[in-house]
Design a protein around this ligand. Sequence first.
Ligand code: NAD
Length: 458
Amino acid sequence: MGDSVTALLRATFEGGTTRNFTWRRSQLLALETFLVEREKEIAAALHADFRKSAAETFLTETGYLRSEIRFALKHLKSWMKPQRVAVPLIYQPATAYYRPEPYGVVLIIGAWNYPLNLTLAPLINAIAAGNCAVVKPSEHAPHTSAVIASGFGDYLDRSALCVVEGGVEESRTLLEERFDYIFYTGSRMTGREVMHAAAKHLTPLTLELGGKCPCIVDGSGDLRVAARRIVWAKFLNAGQTCIAPDYVLVEEQKEAELIRYMHEALADFYGDDPRSSPDFPRIGNAYNFLRLEKLLAGSVPSAGVFTDHGEFYIPPTILQGSSMDSAFMQSEIFGPLLPVIAYTGIEEALSCIRREKAPLALYLFSSVKSVQEKVLLHSRSGGVSINDLLFQASMHHLPFGGLGSSGFGAYHGRAGFDTFSFQRSILERSLYPDPALRYPPYSRLKFRLLKMLVTLFQ
Ligand code: NAD
């Protein structure tokens, strides 16, 4: 992609087409048609990329995106409405309002672990807000990237929306150009580089990053349900989920029981040999496979743990008897390994989770209200879910985003529309009256009057 593509997009934006409701609606509908008509092709691409099952693809990618589009279509008119504000006496007669306006040409860079969702969900928000967009899917999900590129060509307005396929080099080349907003999903390390590139053009941005999301189980509720939910959320997508529980902290007395239920859940979901389960995906690339294999080999007795280089298979593994000092706890796991660490008293659990200042998500299984309140009060995170996991990120009414090292900014639903819009303030005044009071020279009397008016009536 050269300057010509952004130049075309910029010309389209300046022509004003993307600002109107009809264009936004037509592009959202076209994206929906792509997701419906190409559902099989999309599922095949995700399967080819890392053996993701059609059911998981629907649940976490196409199904989610379709409902995000429906939500945007339902609310778009009201989101676009200008907001009138009161006019203080000294500015009257006048009307004042602000209205959301698109930034212009935006860049969306996606990660590979939910390769469709992480590029198209921000795109839905960007279109709803009336922007032109360049989307850069991840090179580590090449089949999905190709389907996205062909979908754009066949369904969307090519003068306003385009895809650039490729990896680090293509991304860096894109970042040299001036965009009006950058939306990045991926690792912290790359996030820093993206922010650095954005600074050069003073481009505002959102960073959706990762980290270690803790899950506390205080043992006060039904442990079997907690275990099933944790195992489902952790091993979905083979643990390659930014908001997956990275590790479990369990009240010491309940550790053995929780682990027993977790093993039962694993067997229920994936059978005795998860490798042959159609619902258990593979690791997305060689780098992550080797990283996880090394982590596994170095930290637990590896008897019975079988990995497969040929197909990047790492089995779903619960790591009993882990501690906060183990190798697993030094960085985000981002794979199907789940350390379980025992604690005594909620204070100890809280001091453990505070090691990661603000994870993207925090999970708590507790039916004790005072414990729930204490954990909320003494922790920080992008989102929280009590007695369940992941769904805080799939509700269109809840903003989704990180804090501190897990990123900043938010999207999904209204939050996404707001992210891709800026609020333009507009004041319309009458030419009369035009009192001399505002103009110099400022006599002592004028100054006193001005002081009174500004302090009392502004
Ligand atoms: P990554 O940083 O390697 O790549 C993400 C994107 O950035 C890709 O499109 C890639 O081509 C591009 N890229 C890579 N290096 C670049 C560079 N130097 N300059 C510019 N662009 C570059 O991340 P990944 O491995 O695809 O994703 C895994 C990480 O993302 C994990 O930490 C995970 O927790 C996080 N993540 C966060 C969210 C979220 O919503 N917050 C969602 C998914 C993943």
